[in-house]
Design a protein. Sequence first.
Lengths: 248, 524
Amino acid sequence: MLELRGICVPGRQRPRLNNLSFSLASGERVALLGASGAGKSTLLAVANGLIKPTAGVVYWHGEAAANGGRRLRQQARIGTLWQDLRLVEQLTVQQSLNCGRLAAWPWHLVLLNLLIPLETSACSKVLAQVELTADLLPVPIIQLSGGQRQRIALGRLLRQGADLLLADEPLAQLDPPLAAKLLNLLLELGSAPRALLMSLHRPDLLQGFDRVLGLRCGELVFDTHPARISASQLQDLYESDQHKSDQT
Amino acid sequence: MRFQAAPALGLLLPALVFLPLVALLPGAVHGGGWPLIAAFGMAALQPSFTPALVANALHGIAITLAIALWSWLLSMAIGLIAAVFSSPTVTTALCGCRWPAHWLRRLLAIPRSLHELLWGLILLQLIGLHPAVAVLAIAIPYGALVARVLSDQLESLDQKPFQALQAAGVAAPAALFSALGPSLLPGLLSYGGYRFECALRSATLLGVFGLGGIGADLRLSLQSLQFNEAWTSLWALALVMFSMEQLIALWRGRWVQGRHLLILLGCLLLLLFPAANLLDLQWQVLLNPWRLLPADQLFQLQGWWQPWPQLISSTVLLTITAALAAFAATPLLLLLICPWPWLQLLLRAFGLFARLMPPPLTALLLLFVLKPGLLPAAIALAFHNAGILGRLFLEGLESQDPRPEQALWAAGVPRRRALLMARFNGLATSYMAYGAYRADVILRETVVVGLVGVGGLGAVLLEALSSFAWAELLPVLVVYALLTLLGEELADRYRRSLLFNHTQLGGVSTPQLELLPRGVPGPA
């Protein structure tokens, strides 16, 4: 579904990604571990097409990343759950969910949705999937709680119909019970025919993932099953990175 | 089906005004004049560099700048003093009653209701042709406007520090100065910078009507079809206006603080003396006996018989058409060109040209190809105000959080749709609030395009002043003033309700758009 080959992204002091390669198949749920500044967010931005690598190729469903309209069609199949959610605060829940359909809709529906929020039943169904009720549909995003917003952002991905879900540390600012709930939801949604690539800060939440990628200073240091990660590997991942960061 | 209009619709719907405008255009074209428009466009690339002409243009610009500087400083001084005494908080602290503030506020509505051009033409009759006329013509309405904005800001400040000082036994003037002064200063500086830009535009406009400066040269060049000469003045004006806008952006930004502020104020004060010399300002002229308007003609009853419904409806129609077109122009154009960033530079250059071109001169150019009437007047007013609104819109857009839009790009949403859904929705409320204020300004400005035969109150006023028809002057002036005050009240209510609802929902304001018109909005 997603393949990255020899990806390089330069940074100010050291490369943000350095000759990084890996692939992700349909149905796989992959966690991305690494200290702050290891390149996790950059990797996700390369995967969703927001950052163009200076070297290397990204393949989506076996096709190299294209330009123009074809690129947009490729990107429309990739949904990203951002750490800061990136919802448009001025819209209602229904209009926000429908933002997932913007790439597919013709212009007149895009404009009509600004006046009369469209596809109410599909939006209600998505809300049920993310464990929210349909009475939230007319509520402005700005009036929602943090947990509700997180679910709306996830609902937007479902409305988008993405088959690859990328998540950039979505659990970072949540309390433990909420984080566990959202993680379960993401793992469920990321199962076949979809796939999930999610960056994490907490190694204790790796159960349920099929693979774990370890990133350090923009390089892939391990790609293994969660059960096979040793304590020394984890210590090395965080301490070495901290050491290198201190040196730079 | 449930209607829930998103804010971005408020940016797009006014663009519907272009449909009737475009539909009316073929009928308004009179056939000739296109070669003249083409010659004007071509002359932009070949401005005249004759030394005498360049020297004349520079002298004209210096006069315009000097008028702007003096009128700005006077208006800020008048405005600040009047603001203090029209603030109920201040009068309550000083004399224990609110009514002096309320009455002063009502009194200030009179100078505010007339456009600076009308003040200029009236003062011209009373004092005669003198540089002080242009300075006063701008300073009087601007002073009243500044007073209202600053007094609103004073009222919206947190009063607790002031009450705490009073409770500690500090005398009322000292408590007011210490508690409210520092909080008022940032708003005062920011708004003051904006007013200088306005003063520069007004000084150019007054020149077009013969009150000195670059505007007079521009009008002469255009009327005598010397387009190369006109472009010498226009390029010089563009350079000055662009530099001033950048300087003022620094002034309004974080750079001007503490010591820098004092140095800048010192420089401004030093500039006042050469500016006064250049203008040959002799304030004693104001003390000479004024030529009073003939009272017997001024108060004749026959002047009150006017086709009021027609005059008022023409003025309102012109205002609404120009305001909607000016409001919608930049969002619409930006939406069309956003996939090509280099075209945005062109849009900014176009905006600068629109801002520096006084509406009566645009109207004159349009008369080369259009018949006199509502259309050239509306287009000229819309063009100038689109330049002003457009700059604020683009600045506001840059200050919006780009991340929601990037998230939409990453999901394969094309640029135009992502811009519309993300940043347009974020900015719409602040921009609509500013648009309401601008509509109020456009209503006052309808007078400056009176010369293209639009047939509203402005045209009758200009006609009355230029043909000494005193019997008509007073009634039309009164009705025009009442209409502008009504427009101001309506625009103000709309703006306050918009911003109040926005902040009630927890919305984040866009300071550079909101601070300009009427100070920090309050829920009252």
